[in-house]
Ligand binder design. Sequence first.
Ligand code: NAD
Length: 558
Amino acid sequence: MHTQPDHAGGLLATGGPTFPRGVALLANSLLNKGTAFTEAERDALGLRGLLPPRVFTIEEQLFRVYGNFSRKTDPLEKYIFLTTLQNRNETLFYRLVQEHAEEMIPIIYTPTVGQACLEYGAIFRKPRGMFISIRERGRIAEILRSWPISDVRMIVVTDGERILGLGDLGALGMGIPVGKLSLYTACAGLHPYYTLPITLDVGTDNLKLHEDPLYIGLKQKRVRGAEYDAFLAEFVDAVQKAYPKALLQWEDFGNTNAFRLLHDYREKILSFNDDIQGTASVALAGIIAGLRLTGGKLSEQKLLFLGAGEAGTGIADLFVAAARKEGLSEAAARARCWFVDSQGLVVRGRPGKLAAHKEPYAHEHPVVATLAEAVEAVKPTALIGVSGQARAFTQSIITRMAALNQRPIVFALSNPTSKAECTAEEAYRWSDGRVVFASGSPFPTVTLNGRTFVPGQGNNVYIFPGVGLGALVSESTQVTDGMFLTAAETLASLVSEDDLALGRIYPALSKIREVSLKIATAVAAQAHREGLARVPRPADLEGDIRSRMFEPVYRSYV
Ligand code: NAD
């Protein structure tokens, strides 16, 4: 995998027979430079007359696009603007995103991407990525051949059943694979050439979409059961044959399919589920960094989760792995994780059937109905919201956490902002500023009694780009729990004392490329340690990875 993937005869091979000219070059977002094509390039590549005469530098173009971006006041309008730029000139798009990471990431991903998905049909302009529908069963290999790039390395795929905390959005969920892959490039320097967003459209059970005249997907109920499984199996097989080195990232599948798909494929193909494993890693990193404020060891923590889905049980599973590393038995580590779901505390013998992923955390305990009672019963050191239930952490619950702990850990991770279990301001205010807080979506700085707190955002973007890059550069055959654990430890180690002084348990997003590089290095090293790498380990692993990272600068084509 190179910094610039100019494979002989490939799309990007300057001067090669397939290198586009004229309007075709302007229409190719990977190659287009717009007004920055030089005089020599304009002559050599048939661009004379197709562009205004003045040649701009990328800095001058940035001044223009950032100005246009800033004039838009509505986040969704900003999203549309950025998407259009991305489809026109990816180098400029990534340069803009990279230079203003803290401002842009909340637009290209959460929280704005949630709104963009809800309105994906209404704001649809140009397709990006591939849509493969259940009607195309039996033809997936043929369909993948329509993609213009033969060396895809990173696929993010969704079936749109559980988009963020917004539920079943069917084909509108495409905003998520598109956004995640943009983050791979912006945050970890994965060349956009290697990336392919895919939506598998098996229908939607969101009946409002069946009525929506602007809906872009199949207006039918979701296909489930054997037909769904066969469709997914055909898809995985076709991807492996077309792109044998690709990493497949499962994204925003409904939780019955998400756990099954991860379980069925994680040892067969290079794949992971960011909602389960990436979330786990970023949340665990927050807890590890938070311990520098609270004191105590990881294995001494008692976690109470609101929400026992992909995020919650994923975090608990990784916590168990980390606590075992500190010497706890698996049973003892699991006993430190408790869950409240929509039926109350998850306990053994509770009426109704428990989903398989909750079983390991169903402890012996009398039935408890509410979160407030569960806090009393469990006396947690950390309360973690992953339920999609807005405002579930009430004043009395936070106050109680603050009475039980000198420095309570409270994470309100549900996205988007409207679904957060509490706001940053509430958490700080109700705990007299003692809370160690993180949220899924960003909250503004909070000032309380003259002190300033910068709430940390437990954004998966800290983890998955580095993990993916590390797995790809080492050509690992799998993505393991050990890799997510080392990613969490690495991320926590990058939180500075200055960050902690502001209450922030994650590094500033402006450092994201350096964070991703360090995580990629740790993950690749882990792949080599676990014997999963398919390439020899370079002497200078970090230097080697750094040299492969895509930089959004214009290359000369003549
Ligand atoms: P999921 O659908 O797999 O799980 C949701 C869980 O919440 C289920 O166990 C459900 O029973 C439970 N729940 C629903 N209503 C409840 C109620 N009234 N009381 C208690 N529990 C209730 O979803 P998920 O993937 O686990 O994601 C959950 C939330 O976490 C989403 O809002 C998502 O945006 C957020 N999330 C945040 C991050 C992050 O911040 N980095 C990452 C992943 C997910």
